[in-house]
Each structure stands twice: as structure tokens, then as C-alpha cells.
Write a protein that binds this ligand. Structure first.
Ligand SMILES: NC(=O)c1ccc[n+]([C@@H]2O[C@H](COP(=O)([O-])OP(=O)(O)OC[C@H]3O[C@@H](n4cnc5c(N)ncnc54)[C@H](OP(=O)(O)O)[C@@H]3O)[C@@H](O)[C@H]2O)c1
Length: 368
């Protein structure tokens, strides 16, 4: 596989949006350094978007050569091409899913079993149906391949790798708490500084922090997905439907179009005010608390997501803006939890989480 030099890697990228493009930029910028230090000799052999794909021509693994441009997207053909190029190089096949597609993960098990490693920032597999998740794990085992999704939680922050190493070194996870939504952190920060919630929402939209339908953020669904991924990483067999979630969308606004939603900001403000005031007043120290949107996993595997009033001494109280934070309380990190904190969204940091997955996958494949 190494041919005496750096291991050769044939990489296919599905999804060339904000994150996919940032990832491509980062790996190409480091390509020479990776080869020079013997880490890997990398060829990008396929790139796809929702309708088209570009493949390198031929089967000799020489991606600097001619390209088949503007082919209609055919994922089977793309996977076959990546596998064939890797085989021709005597190297490793890696596919990166940088979409948010719910259906693409249906193909992961077959790809993994056929010898392709998968890296993704897409939460759909890690938080989707357990049956599919189990099939992905089994297929990776059978295929001797790896599935990695570091960037699915906390973007580039080393959250899942830390969780894995805690467990692999024999520690026991007692609980995990996290502020895992940059957009909700921003909105609650603005609200707690006295801004109307809808005003913060408009600013967040203008800054590009929100999903096209802001209810995806406000409902807490995205945080539930991240908590399910963490719970599974901690060894619990959890479906997203088992999580308890308190979102910030008033019932009356849960249906209807996105345009309708934006036209009822008065209803949103009144509804959110009621929810958050209730949370604050339920706190032991009403005047000395801050509200954060928190996901928590208990030792028994239960997940709860929603706004929480935290004392000013809480490690999450000092967060501002879109910052993420994750606290692992374990048998070893007991009195003071192990904290990871930093920006939890943005194409560059997300891509760097995927890049570390790539380095890990290649290093592991080299020694196996
Ligand atoms: N942005 C962040 O800060 C961030 C942070 C953490 C995780 N993530 C995750 O990263 C992933 C990508 O996010 P993004 O912001 O880069 O999204 P994006 O800008 O919307 O890009 C998505 C890309 O996927 C392509 N695509 C969609 N469905 C596809 C399909 N079925 N087959 C092939 N290609 C498909 C799109 O094709 P077209 O170009 O043809 O539309 C587009 O190129 C998502 O799972 C997201 O949740 C993002």
C-alpha cells in the first residue's frame, strides 16, 4: 500500500458547497507537505454536486491528467471510480460526503464494505435510524474500513475523537453537557442583552447563521442530532425520537411556510418571551443566572435538549456569540469536567475537522 513512500490516497468528494470547497482548498494546499512528510500522496479523483460530477479519466490513478467533465451524477459510478483509482495506485479509497443529504448515508454500508473509507460532516447517518447506523458499523468492520464524522459535532473542535479516546483508555462517561448550536447561542446572547428575540433572529439571518428555515435551528432538532451522535459515541443505543426537547418555536408557528413564519415575529417574540421567562423564573437564583440552550446526556443514556437557566459560576455562563462548549464528566474528570470550547460552525473550521479525520483514517489504514 505504501510502495516504500507515502501511502497513496484516491479521494472522492460528494458535495462542493461551503464546507466541501473549504475542505478541497485545505487538502490541496497541504498536498505537497503531506507527500513530503510521508503522510500521504493524495489524488482527488472525483468531485460531485447535486446533479453533476467530474471524474479523472483513465484508471492509472493520475488525477493531474484529463478530466471527464459535467457527467450526470451517478453515485455508484463515482464510488466505483474511486475504488478503481485506489486499486490502480495500490492505495486507499476515501469518499467524503459533504452534503446534508438524508438519503446518501443509505449507500455508506455498501461503500464501507467494498473497501471505501468514509468521512463526513453530515449528521444524518450518526443521528439517523439505529438500524442504518448498525449496518454502517458492521459494514466497516467487515470491509476493514473506517467511518469518521468528527465535524458533525462542534465542527472542527476535537469532540468525538476526545470521546473515543476517553472510552478507549478505559474511562467511564458519567455525563455530557454541551452548548452545541452557534445560532441559538447567538440568539440567546442577544435576547439576554435586552434585544427583542426577532431582532436577533433578523441579524442572525443576515450574518448567515441560520438554516433556510430558521425553525430548524429554533426547534432544537439540530442539537438533538448532535446529542444523539454523542450518546452513541458514549455507547448508548439511542434514537433521536427518544430525546426530550424543548424548542423555541411557539406551537402556532410550527406549521406554515417560511414566509408565513417571518411575517409573525410578534407571535414569536411573545412565545419565546414566555418560554424563556418561565425557564428563568424556575431557576433558584432568578437574578444571578444566564440562559443557554443546552443538550445533556445522563449516565443512563437519556438526552434532554432545551433552554436552561445556569448559575453565573457555570462553565457555559461565560460563553458569548456563537461559541460552542462541551463538558465531559467522567470517572477520571469528575470534580472538574473536561471542557472543549471554541467556534462550532463555519466552513473553515468544519473542513479542518474533516481533514483531521482524513489524517487519522490514512494513518490507521497504513498500519492495518
Ligand atoms: N456550514 C457549516 O458551518 C457546517 C458546520 C458543521 C457541519 N456542517 C455540515 O456540512 C455539510 C455541508 O454543509 P454546507 O454548508 O457546505 O452545505 P451547502 O453549502 O448547502 O453545500 C451542500 C453541497 O452538497 C451538494 N448536494 C446536496 N445534495 C446532494 C446529493 N444528494 N448528492 C450530491 N451532492 C449533493 C450540493 O450540490 P449543489 O452545489 O448542486 O447544490 C452542494 O454542493 C452539511 O451536512 C452540514 O450540516 C456544516
Amino acid at each position: 500500500m505504501t510502495g516504500g513512500g507515502a501511502p497513496r490516497v484516491a479521494l472522492g468528494l460528494v458535495g462542493a458547497g461551503q464546507v466541501g470547497r473549504a475542505f478541497l482548498g485545505q487538502i490541496l494546499a497541504q498536498r505537497e507537505a503531506l507527500a513530503a512528510t510521508g503522510r500521504m500522496s493524495l489524488e482527488v479523483v472525483a468531485v460531485a454536486r447535486s446533479r453533476q460530477m467530474v471524474l479523472t479519466k483513465g484508471t492509472d490513478g493520475d488525477a493531474t491528467g484529463a478530466l471527464d467533465l459535467d457527467l450526470e451524477l451517478d453515485l455508484d459510478a463515482l464510488a466505483q471510480h474511486v475504488r478503481a483509482q485506489a486499486a490502480a495506485m495500490g492505495g486507499i479509497a476515501v469518499l467524503v460526503d459533504s452534503t446534508a443529504s438524508a438519503s446518501l448515508p443509505d449507500a455508506y454500508a455498501a461503500w464501507l464494505e467494498s473497501g471505501i473509507h468514509i468521512i463526513t460532516p453530515n449528521k444524518q447517518a450518526g443521528a439517523g435510524p439505529l438500524e442504518r447506523w448498525d449496518a454502517i458499523q458492521d459494514a466497516a468492520q467487515r470491509g476493514g474500513t473506517r467511518f469518521r464524522g468528527e465535524a458533525t459535532v462542534g465542527a472542527g473542535l476535537p469532540v468525538l475523537s476526545t470521546l473515543r479516546s476517553l472510552r478507549e483508555t478505559g474511562d467511564e462517561i458519567l455525563s455530557i453537557e454541551g452548548v452545541l448550536s452557534g445560532s441559538l447561542a447567538y440568539l440567546l446572547d442577544a435576547w439576554s442583552r435586552g434585544e427583542a428575540f426577532s431582532e436577533g433572529l433578523r441579524k442572525a439571518a443576515a450574518l448567515g447563521y441560520l438554516e433556510p428555515d430558521p425553525r430548524e435551528d429554533l426547534s432544537g432538532r439540530d442539537v438533538v442530532r448532535k446529542m444523539v451522535i454523542l450518546a452513541r459515541g458514549a455507547g448508548h443505543r439511542l434514537e433521536a425520537s427518544a430525546a426530550t426537547v424543548q424548542g423555541l418555536v411557539p406551537d402556532i408557528l410550527t406549521t406554515g411556510s417560511v414566509e408565513d413564519f417571518w411575517q409573525h415575529m410578534d407571535v414569536l417574540d411573545a412565545g419565546v418571551e414566555q418560554i424563556l421567562t418561565g425557564v428563568r423564573e424556575g431557576s433558584a437564583s432568578v437574578d444571578r443566572c444566564v440562559i443557554r440552550f443546552v443538550g445533556s446526556l445522563s449516565r443512563d443514556g437519556t438526552v434532554a435538549v432545551g433552554p436552561r437557566a445556569l448559575p453565573l459560576s457555570h462553565p457555559f455562563a461565560g460563553l458569548s456569540g456563537t461559541g460552542n462548549a462541551i463538558a465531559f464528566t467522567t470517572r477520571r474528570y469528575n470534580e472538574t469536567p473536561l471542557m472543549i470550547q471554541g467556534p462550532g460552525a463555519g466552513p473553515d473550521v468544519t473542513a479542518s475537522g474533516m481533514f483531521s479525520d482524513l489524517l487519522e483514517v490514512v494513518a490507521a489504514a497504513r498500519t492495518s
